[in-house]
Design a protein around this ligand. Structure first.
Ligand code: G1P
Length: 309
């Protein structure tokens, strides 16, 4: 019988279902796939229509009740700091011009003073290492990790759905989607102990397995809720798949000791780390916006005709 509820676990500590108030955003990547656009602009600042990927991620965090945002950055990421800062001069100019819509858009980027933390990942050693770099800011609290490259369109933001489920089961949780078997090599893959439909009890996780060795076709998507105990395992700096320090490997160490669930969220995920995924996300996002949907649909019909459909 797989372990499920918090009380099933010998290592249960009060606090393993403490509310999630902190989130880590690993944003140190070089973005080489998007060169030349990313030569001087961080890839997380590339916009879906008019809003940078990272701002979409921050808004998702806010909607889930996150108060403290921790950005793990690297060289060449200063535009991120400017974006989330208060620009008094810009705000004043927009106020004087009575351009309230633009003022609202500008102000929406601001994060409350003292709630935004930066740390640098000085070497590109992998996602596990990036998360470890934020350990002092997280301390002894459970936290979320959001990978801004994974854009998720949904009625209820993905992390908010996860937080609601976490309130019932506690412990650790990853967002998962079913992928075709020939794509498992791109993801962390979950070994399922018990499939409860919306939620699965996780028996193991493996990073980027070969299709013939993957324990399932359930892939981890870039939304995590983790207990601080993960830092003990990340600290070992043991390289895994691709020679990188993998978050997946550290998560594997927690399984069996703490609750660990995969969560099939409602919504569609777009891989904005690939050019075609990014383009598709831009279109899908535009179609959800009242200011653009009609024009976008007309445009798509025209292109559909041009493509002979
Ligand atoms: C990372 C994780 C992987 C996860 C993926 C989701 O991989 O290591 O487990 O499935 O994000 O996007 P990356 O895409 O950074 O190679």
């Amino acid at each position: 019988m797989p372990l499920d509820r918090l009380s099933d676990f010998k290592s249960f500590k009060p606090g393993m279902n403490k509310p999630i108030r902190k989130a880590i955003f690993p944003v140190a990547g070089l973005g080489t796939r998007f060169l030349p656009a990313t030569k001087a602009i961080p890839k997380e600042m590339l916009p879906l229509v008019d809003k940078p990927l990272l701002q979409h991620a921050v808004e998702e965090a806010r909607a889930a009740g996150i108060e403290d945002m921790v950005f793990v950055t690297g060289r060449g990421k200063r535009a991120i700091e400017d974006h989330f800062d208060t620009d008094m001069e810009l705000n004043k100019t927009l106020e004087v011009r009575h351009n309230l819509e633009a003022l609202d858009a500008a102000r929406n980027t601001e994060i409350e003073p003292g709630r935004l933390f930066y740390t640098r990942q000085t070497m590109p050693l992998g996602l596990g290492h990036a998360v470890w770099c934020a350990r002092e800011m997280i301390g002894d609290d459970p936290f979320a990790v959001i990978l801004p490259d994974d854009f998720i369109l949904s009625d209820t933001p993905c992390l908010k759905q996860m937080v609601a489920h976490y309130a019932q089961v506690g412990g650790n949780m990853v967002a998962v989607v079913d992928v075709p078997r020939d794509q498992v090599k791109r993801y962390g893959i979950v070994d399922v102990a018990q499939d409860q439909g919306r939620s699965v009890v996780v028996a193991g996780v493996v990073e980027k397995p070969n299709p013939d060795q993957a324990p399932s076709t359930l892939a981890i998507i870039g939304r995590y809720i983790l207990q601080p105990d993960i830092f003990k395992h990340l600290e070992r700096h043991r390289p895994g798949a691709g020679g990188e320090i993998q978050l997946t490997d550290a998560m594997a160490q927690l399984i069996g000791l703490q609750p660990f669930h995969g969560f099939r969220f409602d919504g569609r995920r777009f891989d904005c780390g690939s050019k075609i995924g990014f383009l598709e996300a831009s279109i899908a996002h535009a179609l959800t916006r009242t200011d653009m949907a009609d024009n976008m649909r007309t445009l798509l019909r025209q292109y559909g005709r041009a493509c002979g459909q």
